[in-house]
Design a protein. Sequence first.
Lengths: 283, 295
Amino acid sequence: MRVTIASGKGGTGKTTLSVNLAAYLAKHKKDVVLADLDVEEPNSQLFIIGEEKSCTTANKMVPHWDKSECTYCGECADICNFNAIVALSDEIIIYPQLCHSCYACSELCPTNSLPMQSERIGEIKLFESKGFDLIEGRLDLGQEMAVGLIAQTIDFIDKGYEDSLKLFDAPPGTSCPVIEATKKSDLVLLVTEPTPFGLNDLTLAVETMKVLGKKMGVIINRYGIGDDAVEAYCKAEHIPIVAKIKNDKAVAECYARGELVYEQIEHFKASIEQIANFIEDYR
Amino acid sequence: MREIVVISGKGGTGKTSLSASFAYLEGQNAITADCDVDAANMHILLDADFSNRQDFFSGEVAYIDSDKCIDCGKCKTVCRFDAILLKENRHTIDRISCEGCGYCARVCPSGAITMHKQKAGDIFVSNIKNGATMVHAKLGFAAENSGKLVAKVKQEAKMLALKEDREFVITDGSPGIGCPVISSLSGANLVVLVTEATVSGLHDLKRVVELLKTFSLQAVCIINKYDLNKEMNKMIEEYLSTQDIEVIARLGYDETFAHALIEAKPIVEYSAQSQLSVTIKESWEKIKTKIRNQK
């Protein structure tokens, strides 16, 4: 089973929940693996005590110009829908950052002058923590295509952890990286806060998940700091509220130090328990 | 016209609350742009009226005409995105997986596949509560190309600023370091980094600072929740000093951020006389001085 923890708005507590939930489940002898799919800013590893076991380079395939047979016909630039190729009368220029690796230019080139070659975009790391593994995707700086690396990180997990409960810590937002991190999941837990920002972004996330046809649950973090509009919205939309995590500066302080919260704060542990039970019931 | 871009790496550090405060303070001397198009929020604090809307088209999506399709499966063999579905021996497009490369349309022997422009969102030019103008957007649900939408919002804001002779464009960026962030940084005159005194805050700040170096952009930093962890704050300050990035403000952990949000007001409007607002005003003055002194 795959569960994605997502949010719309950034900074609502996705990573805190993902890491604490994984650690809690592992402590209760559950077979669980955590994936940090926030490849632009992967943070989960800061909160686990563990050792890096492996690091694999993640690549994407991009065309490389082989000028020996090129007739400069310009077909490649015409084919590319992403403006990643400029064809001049004496040179073909490729912008790898813009390339979506569709292979069209390479395979349709009449002289096979654009063979596909791999180019590094980031890395996938495996950390071994107490009772569970963390797989982290980390995008290289200046790379724009988070989606490809997210897909590869998920593939890595699918191969190595077939029977495990897979927890995916998603990036914030509602666009392509989030969709990649959720589209193959069985359940999406949306973390929000009871403020107008939280509600606005939750609405966007819910609408996106509806398009994808996903089952959802909502976790309200910093409960008590705001109003009850988020609860009213969930009720109207018939989305279950899985847990309400009390607003507590002590949680923020614990997080600031990079420590596991559930081991130290009782009400937080109770909320993690509720989330674990919800996932268990769902299975 | 000079552009100030507020970004953070990590989400939820207070970017939008601060950007909205700056916009509120500067009034009609600035055009505001909300470039966090994935999860746009600034319109809530500034009471945008959504008065002017235009469609944003970006990218294409493939469409199979079932009358012309001979179900040869050629499209499925070339698609690298698993976007061609085969149900009961008939081929259709999974619109969400389709990247719009057009490879399938080019190889289809019966001309059954055509590429269609996609509406990816809406762009708004709004009047806001202090009489100023704001440009913002809404990305379509499950749509792509947020980087291009960011570029469009920025372009619109800059054109307005030039046309109406405004001194500043205040841009609220998105979290992360990927395509929408890179897009929101292009052409910035000064970057304001908003971080927090947590392990994640420092980690994400470092990645954003490295990104800024590749664009040679000048930056200043505001540390939010600096008192959450003194040790972390010290590490952030030390790191920033090695990078020659000035800390222009330190804000304590303060639930006023949330309370102002509930009232849908920028902090400087919600509690104009508070110490927090005074610090925010001072930091905005510092930002303006810095940018006016640029060569």
